[in-house]
Write a protein that binds this ligand. Structure first.
Ligand code: FAD
Length: 312
């Protein structure tokens, strides 16, 4: 019978958090496997230019940054494979248990796991949303904005990301309309002032998207005014949805404590409620979600994990 490889640690996610954690666990001589879902790109990979990571005075493109982290983690000894983790299970053994990590088609075992699965864009949850994806509808202005040169675009949302994306999109678009469900933006005052003073940005208040219009691609939106309950149509060829994130933590439901929004609850050492599971980066309940904080988290989770393995 073939014996299954048991890793010291399996890291779920290959973004800044997971890859930094892998560098630390590998350098601490822990046998490390990173599993990356091929259909969810690290959010950092979407950044056109990362200007706020210390040490890169000219900035660095998101994809280049992730490629660097991957080769650094691998050169320090970590293994990286693709797989969509859909469940984790604790297997009781004599003294300590081990974790079984299941992807859609394979099973892996480890003494511990570091969850670094990040977050994904929240959807509008209206009919035809999936059908229009890539046909005028996008969740990432930095990725797809350039396809809308001189076109009319709608941005859905009113937080920092939505307003930042609207401002960014004016580099390409003829006109950008922000559609926001409330009567004031949630974005910082600095961003609000930038948006209000931008002649190419319009804002439609108290409005939600009722329907995406178009045949084979987006041609407009049907909007509902929440004050008057009336419908109106807005002509646009691009729609960028920026209404928040959902943590990629489905596989942890019922295993470890999650907050009401699904973010993993950790203590200051990034231990979760379950022994042997650590969490880091955007998937955890934290105050700031950036590359630099994800990397810092990765180092801390790896250090806690290393201590856990030593004490076992
Ligand atoms: C468009 C955009 C621009 C940004 N620009 C900046 C910037 O300029 N500066 C900055 O500091 N921050 C920026 N951010 C935020 C930054 O990218 C995130 O804070 C950071 O990437 C979080 O890192 P992470 O490792 O926690 O998660 P992520 O980078 O999201 O990585 C998550 C990883 O988990 C994997 N994964 C998810 N689910 C599973 C599963 N079930 N099984 C296996 N693997 C799984 C994914 O494949 C991915 O590899 C930007 C974000 C976006 C969306």
């Amino acid at each position: 019978m073939k014996t299954m490889n048991i890793y010291d640690v399996i890291i779920i996610g290959a973004g800044p958090a997971g890859l930094t954690a892998a560098m630390y666990t590998s350098r601490a001589c822990l046998k490390t496997l990173i599993i990356e879902n091929p259909s969810i790109m690290s959010q950092a990979g979407y950044a056109v230019l990362v200007e706020n990571f210390p040490g890169f005075t000219q900035g660095v493109s998101g994809p280049q940054f992730i490629a660097n982290l991957k080769s650094q983690a691998i050169s320090l000894g970590a293994e990286l494979i693709v797989g969509n983790v859909n469940s984790v299970k604790f297997l009781k053994q004599q003294n300590h248990g081990i974790w079984q990590i299941n992807t859609l088609d394979k099973t892996y075992r480890a003494l511990s796991q570091i969850v670094a699965s990040g977050a994904s864009a929240r959807k509008l949850d209206i009919p035809d949303e999936d059908r229009f994806l890539g046909k005028g509808l996008s969740y990432c202005a930095t990725c797809d904005g350039a396809f809308f040169k001189d076109k009319e675009i709608a941005v859905i949302g009113g937080g920092n990301s939505a307003v930042e994306e609207a401002i960014f999109l004016t580099r390409f678009a003829g006109k950008v309309t922000i559609i926001h469900r409330r009567d004031k933006l949630r974005a910082t005052r600095f961003l609000q002032e930038k948006a209000f003073s931008n002649k190419r940005i319009d804002i439609l208040w108290n409005s939600i998207v009722d329907k995406i219009l178009g045949d084979s691609k987006v041609s407009g939106l049907r909007l509902k005014n929440l004050d008057t309950n009336t419908l109106r149509e807005l002509r646009c060829e691009g729609v960028f949805v920026s209404i928040g994130k959902i943590p990629n933590t489905e596989f942890l439901k019922g295993v470890t404590s999650l907050d009401d929004n699904g973010y993993v609850i950790t203590d200051r050492e990034l231990k979760t409620s379950e022994k042997g599971i650590f969490a880091c980066g955007d998937c955890r309940d934290t105050f700031l979600r950036q590359i630099v904080t994800a990397c810092g988290d990765g180092a801390l989770a790896a250090y806690s994990c290393q201590q856990y393995i030593e004490q076992r």
